[in-house]
Design a protein around this ligand. Sequence first.
Ligand code: HEM
Length: 611
Amino acid sequence: MAPVSAFVPASPFVPASPFPLRSPLHRRLASATKPPTKPPATPPPARRPRPPATAASLPNSSHSRASSDPPPPLSFTDTIKLWVENILQTYGDRPSPDSAPVATGDASYLLGESPFFQILHQAFLDYGPIYKLCFGPKIFFVVQDPVIVRTILRENAILYDKGVLAEVLDEIMGKGLIPADYATWKIRRRAIVPGFHSVWLKYMTIMFAASTQTLCDKLNRINGTRALDMETEYSSLALDIIGKAVFNFDFNSVNSESPIIKAVYRTLKETEHRSMMIIPYWKIPAAKLLVPRLRAFYKDMKLINDTLNTLILSAKRYATAQDLTELENRDYENVQDPSLLRFLVELRGEQTTNQQLRDDLMTLLIAGHETTAAVLTWATVEMTKHPDIVRRAREEVDTVIGDSYPNYEHVLRMPYLRRIVAETLRLYPAPPLLIRRLLEDTTLPKGAAADVTPLRRGTDVFINVYSLHRSPDLWDNPLAFDPDRWLRPKSNPGVKGWQGYTPAQGLETGVPLYPSELNSDFAFLAFGGGSRKCVGDHFAMLESVVALAMIIRRFDFVLDDPSQPVRMTTGATIHTKNGLNMRLYRRGTAPQASEIAADVKEGVGVEISAL
Ligand code: HEM
C-alpha cells in the first residue's frame, strides 16, 4: 500500500487528545471493564471468556441483509448523536451495549518510541482479540480474531466503508478504488480488475526483470565501495516499475532525480502525514494558503495532475476500442504502450471521465508502490539474519533461473522464494491495519471471544493485521521468520469457529501463488480479503520474487553497522527507523565472513554470502 493506512489511519492514540487517557473517569470506566492481564508465557489455546451481552443491549442484527446496496453513510447529525453517546459511555454513567474491554494502556508506552502498530499489539496481548479504545468522542474497536475479521471483510463487507481512511485520502486519490464511494467503486473495480489478466502479468514480469537489472547495474558499479540505503533503492525500483506498468512512464528514479519524482515522493509523505493527524487541518480553507507544507503539496499535486492528464490525453488519442478478449490476447511484446491506462481507455464500453482515470492512476501508483518496496526491504532485513535461508533461496534461483532473466514460469517454479515473500508479509504486513466504519447497527459474531459484540452504526473498526499475523493463538512460534511454516497445517480448536491453516495443494507449483486468507481462514491477510481485496496481489508477488531472485543471485550483502538492529517505525507501511544501510558486493567478492563476523552481534546482522 497503498496503500496508505498504507493506509495507517489518523492515529487515535495521539497523546495530544483533549481527553487524557488516564483521566479519573476513564480510569473508573476502564476498571469497570476487564483489567489487563499480562500475556502468559505460554499462550492458552483459548482467550479469556467475557460475559455475554444481554438481549436488550443488542441492536437489531443485520446479518441477513437482503439488499445488495450498502446503507448510506452517516449524516452530520447522526455523527454528532453518536459522539454524544460515546462521551456519555466513556466519561459518564451510560452503560456500554458491548462488553469489549477498554484498553487504557500505560502512558509510558504511548509516549514512548514504540510504533503505533506495536502499541496495538501490546494491547492485544493484554486485552485479547477484541478491545476498544476511547478517545474523546471517538470509540475505535480493534479486532484481531479471524472469525470476526472474516465477517467484516467478506460476509458483511457491504455494511462497512473506509471511514477515516477515505477522509484522509479523498484529496489525493479522489474517487480511486481505495477511498471511492460504493457506487463508483463498484464500476471502477469491474473495469480495473480485468486489466491484471495473465497475458499482461506475464509481460510485466519481463519488465520487472529489466527494471531490476537497472538497479543491479548500479549496485554492480558501486560494488561495496560505499553503503546504500536499500530501503530507498527498493522504493525507487518500485516507483519505476509502477510508473511503467500503470501509465507507461519511466520515472528512472533508480538513476536520477527529477521534479516529478520529488513531487511524487512528497505526495506520498503528505499522505502518510495526513494519515497520522487527528485533526484534518487541510480541510480548513485558509490553511491551503497559510501552511507552507500545504502550499508545497498543492504545487506538487498540480505537477502530478498535469503529467497524468497529458498521459491520459495521449493514451486516448491513440486508443482503438477493443473487446476484452482481444485485449486479453494481445501480443504485448509488440505493443508500444502496454500500460493499464491504455487497457482502460481501449476496453470497449468503458466510458469514463479523465478525472476518474486520473484518480484511478493515482490510486494504483500509491497502492502499488510503497507496499512492494516494504516487502523487499523487510525480506532483505530478515535474510541478513538467516544465512541458511539465503543459501536455500540461492540454490533455488541458481537451479531454476541459471544465468537467464526470471520470467513468469520461473516464479511458479520458485516456491521457496514465494514463501519467503509470504513470510515477510506475515511479519511485516503492508498496511499493518485495515480501516472500516460501520454503516448500520450490527452484531459481531462469536470468535475467539466467548460472546457476541453489538456495534453501533458509525463505529470505527481497525482490523489489526499486525497482531493477527503475530498471534500466538494462530501461529506456532509466531515471531520466528520461518518460510517453511506455510508447508505445515495449523489448527487451534481454542479459537472458536476458526478453520485453521491448510497448505493449498498447488502452492508448490504456483497455483495459488501464495498462501492466502482463503486457506488460512482469514488469519493471514497479506492482501486483505473479501470484495476489497488487493487488485495487485499477483502483480506484487511476481514483482517481489523477480527482484529478490535477481539481487540475491548477484550480490552478497552486509549491514553497514551490524551492531545495530534494524528497527521498525510507523508510516503508510512499516518503515525502517533509520534506513537499511548496507554494502552490496558482487557475489563472491564480499570480505570474508569471518572478518565481518567479528563485528556482528548475534541475530542482528550477518554476512549472508553462501559462498
Ligand atoms: C506487496 C504488495 C502489496 C500489498 C501487501 C498490498 C496490500 C493490500 C491490501 C491489504 C489491500 C486491502 C485494503 C483494505 O481492505 O482496506 C489492498 C488493496 C488494494 N491494492 Fe494492494 N497491495 C500490494 C500491491 C499492490 C499493487 C502492486 C497494486 C496495483 C498495481 C495494488 C492496488 C491495490 C488497490 C487498487 C487496492 C484497493 C482495492 C479495492 O478497494 O477494491 N496493490 N492492497
